[in-house]
Write a protein that binds this ligand. Structure first.
Ligand code: CWL
Length: 377
């Protein structure tokens, strides 16, 4: 079997750009298309990623305006089917409309059109769909500005009869059901969709599924992450805003409305470290869907330090359960403190993407989670 995989990236915010970057270090992955809200770059023989990243790098805005104190007006089909205040960006959460993840918003010359390979377009997603015949897989690195934005983008691929893989790194539990609702359309089209394919949900969910194998009954799953984001802070403003939506007293709407100053203030009040408990992360429904435990027995939390690149706490997955012979135990999976969030989100995204292509070629269509599929390497 031809094991080379061609792929496209929708969105060139943090996640989209880093995926292109990481793919350079992996075998058998050829990026052939990328888009942002203003432009599209397509080359079926392979994009020049060095040029694309260099050309778009200058567009990573460093000022607070980059993250949009006021949500950008939809200007393209990033928002055409629902009026979400879509802005270009790689941060794929759900509902935090200003999540640009550090990429300049409007501006005619922003993003991909600054690359020699880029063409301006009003309809970036449709343009990629139009080229999708030769594309094995598409990573949806779009801000999920409304909870159903990613599901609706998937629907557009299905509507166009796309036969291939879609992968996203969305986070919120409630989105999974919206994807499940679209299973028939995805299957009919011949799409294999792997949702929540980053870190959490993502390979940490997958690790929990492995750790559970010792047990006949799983009591609980605790996912606890640590992220040090000093030098990566500008690039990840979107993610920080999304995380704030999980703090007590905040929700998606309040986090979306916060000014940059208010965010800085909140972070300062916490001494640069934000601690999260009981986050709405889809690890819970994904583990329940995989038959491992009840969603309510899964908890996700962590610590984000924006003033240090060191992880403030070790990222750990703990699965507690009972064995067939009556022992109670906890299996633990740990990430090294030296591995970055970027490595731990984008590595798995590509691993799941590759695995999904094998499934797709074997005729397995529908919606899969990171606990259903073993990522390739
Ligand atoms: O879910 C995400 O977007 C990332 C998440 C949080 C900072 N927003 C945590 C990612 C876990 C990475 C764990 C690690 O690198 O050890």
């Amino acid at each position: 079997m031809d094991d080379d995989v061609t792929f496209a990236v929708l969105g060139t915010g943090g996640i989209g750009r880093r995926t292109l970057d990481v793919a350079r270090h992996k075998d058998g992955l050829t990026p052939v298309a990328a888009c942002d809200r203003n432009g599209v770059a397509v080359d079926h023989s392979g994009l020049d990623v060095d040029e694309l990243l260099d050309a778009t790098e200058g567009n990573i805005a460093s000022g607070p305006e980059a993250d949009g104190d006021t949500p950008a007006t939809p200007e393209s089909d990033y928002a055409s089917d629902g009026g979400a205040a879509a802005v270009e960006g790689g941060s794929v959460d759900d509902g935090t409309a200003t999540a640009t993840d550090g990429v300049k918003q409007a501006g005619e010359d922003a993003g991909i059109v600054a690359s020699a390979q880029g063409e301006p377009t009003e309809t970036p997603i449709d343009d990629v769909i139009a080229e999708s015949d030769g594309i094995d897989a598409v990573l949806l690195a779009l801000p999920n500005l409304e909870h159903d934005f990613i599901p609706r983008v998937a629907e557009r691929f299905a509507g166009a009869g796309y036969e291939g893989v879609l992968v996203d790194v969305l986070k919120r539990s409630r989105v999974i059901g919206m994807l499940d609702d679209r299973t028939d359309a995805l299957e009919e089209s011949g799409i294999t969709f792997v949702c929540g394919a980053g870190a959490t949900p993502g390979f940490l969910t997958g690790a929990a599924a492995l750790a559970a194998q010792s047990f006949v009954e799983v009591e609980d799953v605790e996912i606890w992450w640590g992220v040090g984001l000093k030098s990566g802070y500008e690039d990840n403003r979107g993610t920080v805003r999304e995380d704030i939506a999980h703090l007590d007293g905040y929700d998606i709407e309040t986090a979306r409305e916060m000014s940059e100053e208010a965010i800085e203030e909140l972070i300062a009040e916490h001494g640069g470290q934000l601690e999260f408990h009981d986050m709405e992360h889809a690890d819970d429904v994904l583990l329940e869907r995989a038959g491992i435990c009840d969603a309510e027995d899964v908890s996700v939390g962590g610590v984000l330090d924006v003033r240090s690149d060191e992880k403030p706490t070790t990222t750990t997955v703990r699965v507690t359960g009972t064995t067939f012979d009556g022992e109670r135990g906890t299996n633990t999976f740990e990430l090294d403190d030296a591995t970055s969030m970027e490595a731990n989100v984008n590595g798995p995204a590509l691993g799941y993407l590759k695995a999904a292509v094998l499934r797709n070629r074997a005729g397995d269509y529908g919606v899969y989670g990171p606990a259903d599929v073993m990522p390739s390497f």
